[in-house]
Design a binder for this molecule. Structure first.
Ligand SMILES: Cc1cc2nc3c(=O)[nH]c(=O)nc-3n(C[C@H](O)[C@H](O)[C@H](O)COP(=O)(O)OP(=O)(O)OC[C@H]3O[C@@H](n4cnc5c(N)ncnc54)[C@H](O)[C@@H]3O)c2cc1C
Length: 446
């Protein structure tokens, strides 16, 4: 069996096809964002007025379309069926915001100048008894919401922490309806040209996405799995195994699922650490972190969980090459490697190393299994046990150099662990001339 087929199961995944599909998506975004400008007709007026007009329309149409695409790409359920690489999608999502926001900001500036030049009016001197002013106000509120979401996400994401950021980010749901109402009611290009059909089409797509999001929240598309067993595999770390009687998921090694106990609970991501297609069974290994992970530590037989997925492509690139592989795990970042080391051990076709950083020896998950590996070379690194008869401290490039028999640039690296560890190692590997496409990581946080 080729390495690639192994990742993709029966759905063989071709990397070149993925690159092509990404290119097509970017082309579609560019074309759909620029198309509305075709409907804008110049005024019979001085050039400067038309400059104001085109810049105002560019802001309105191109900026709105980029933000609409950004919004659509935020729906992981739909998007992941075409783009399993959610990391790439999240990057594109952020990038669209970074471009869309300055572009949309052109609109209020130049539409104000345009009205000033053509009608001698200041549209921002609001008269709230006048419907025109009311819809201008709606546009200003929309810009305020956009600014709020962008500022909190770009500048205060780390200070806010995960949940405050998540809840502020939810206000972005207001943006598309506000944008459409404002533009349908005020935009002459939309009202008087076939552009209205174009705009209605995208309004319809956005509406369908809202519907999908609601249905997804209500459990449509998710599967119910029943817990068949739970066991402690390290301190505060429990493996929870579950089965479904419905059509099972087919997660590739390293992929993750979203779990929740009930429809009211937020779904959280967990890597599938064990998987048995014959028995429609999968397992996750959970480290206690907060409320949901604490509940999962207590999981007992018969507990029903709502699961959706699978998502992610963490191990895909590594399995698409024949390079010797180095898995680097920090703490609970060990989970994506479990299925990988099982396969590598079974096939014995590739040189394989696992460098596993833990605080204490009692934190090492699946210790017995790791000790029994013969083909995969396991190196433990303990941070809080200075007397450990092995590597101590954190996982560094020096540790790798001590244990890997070849040049670092001969290996494919996979890293999963705390963000600081990922960042430091990626920088060091880069400095050691390891090509960037030979280093991939999975971050256990958004
Ligand atoms: C791709 C991926 C795979 C993961 N795999 C595993 C795994 O195999 N085993 C494991 O123990 N943990 C895994 N995690 C981390 C796990 O999702 C969090 O520990 C868990 O959600 C914490 O929930 P809580 O209610 O216990 O704690 P909370 O107090 O609710 O959250 C603690 C922290 O967990 C993170 N988190 C919470 N909810 C989410 C969310 N919906 N999306 C992303 N991050 C979130 C945030 O950083 C938050 O600050 C993974 C995370 C990601 C992104």
């Amino acid at each position: 069996m080729s390495a690639l087929r192994l990742w993709g199961n029966e759905d063989t995944i071709e990397l070149s096809r993925i690159k092509r599909v990404r290119g097509i998506l970017i082309a579609i975004i560019a074309v759909t964002s620029l198309t509305p400008l075709v409907f804008v007709a110049p005024d019979d007026a001085p050039v400067i007025v038309n400059v104001y007009k085109y810049l105002a329309k560019t802001g309105a149409f191109v900026g709105s379309m980029l933000l609409i695409w950004q919004f659509l790409l935020g729906f992981r359920g739909v998007v992941s069926s075409v783009f399993p690489d959610l990391t790439w999608v999240v990057e594109l999502h952020k990038w669209l915001g970074q471009f869309g926001v300055p572009i949309i900001a052109l609109h209020p500036i130049f539409i104000g100048l345009y009205y000033g030049a053509t009608e001698g009016t200041n549209i921002y001197a609001l008269d709230l008894g006048d419907p025109f002013s009311q819809w201008v106000l709606l546009g200003m509120i929309t810009l305020g919401v956009i600014a709020f979401v962008v500022v909190t996400s770009v500048f205060f994401r780390d200070q806010l922490g995960f949940y405050p950021w998540l809840y502020t980010h939810l206000s972005s749901y207001l943006i598309p309806p506000f944008l459409f109402v404002h533009s349908f009611l005020l935009g002459p290009t939309i009202q008087h040209t076939p552009m209205r059909f174009y705009w209605w089409f995208f309004a319809g797509v956005v509406a369908l996405m809202y519907l999908y999001r609601m249905l997804h929240k209500l459990g449509v598309g998710s599967r119910t799995y029943r817990v068949t067993g739970a066991r402690e595999v390290a301190d505060s770390t429990t493996e929870v195994v579950m089965e479904t009687s419905t059509r099972p998921f087919l997660p590739a090694p390293g992929q993750f699922v979203y779990l929740r106990h009930s429809l009211g609970e937020n779904s959280h991501p967990y890597t599938v650490s064990t998987y048995d297609p014959q028995r429609r069974r999968l397992g996750v290994t959970v480290k206690e972190e907060g409320e949901q992970t604490a509940r999962l530590q207590e999981a007992s037989e018969g507990l029903e969980l709502i699961v959706d997925g699978p998502y992610g492509v963490f191990t895909r690139d590594a399995l698409a090459t024949d390079l010797p592989v180095v898995m680097i795990a920090g703490g609970i970042g060990i989970t994506p490697f479990r299925r990988l080391w099982e396969t590598l051990e079974q096939e014995q076709s590739r040189e394989a190393h696992l460098v596993y950083g833990s605080e204490y020896a009692s934190d090492i998950a699946y210790r017995d299994e790791l000790d029994a590996l013969e083909h995969v070379n396991v190196v433990h690194v303990l941070n809080e046990e200075p007397d450990f008869d092995g590597e101590t401290g954190t996982v560094t490039i020096e540790v790798l150099q001590r244990h890997l028999p070849r040049e670092l640039s001969d290996y494919q690296f996979l890293i999963c662990g705390p963000p600081a560890m990922i960042l430091t190692l990626e920088e060091s590997l880069h400095d050691a001339d390891v090509p960037p496409d030979q280093v991939t990581h999975e971050l256990f946080a958004t």
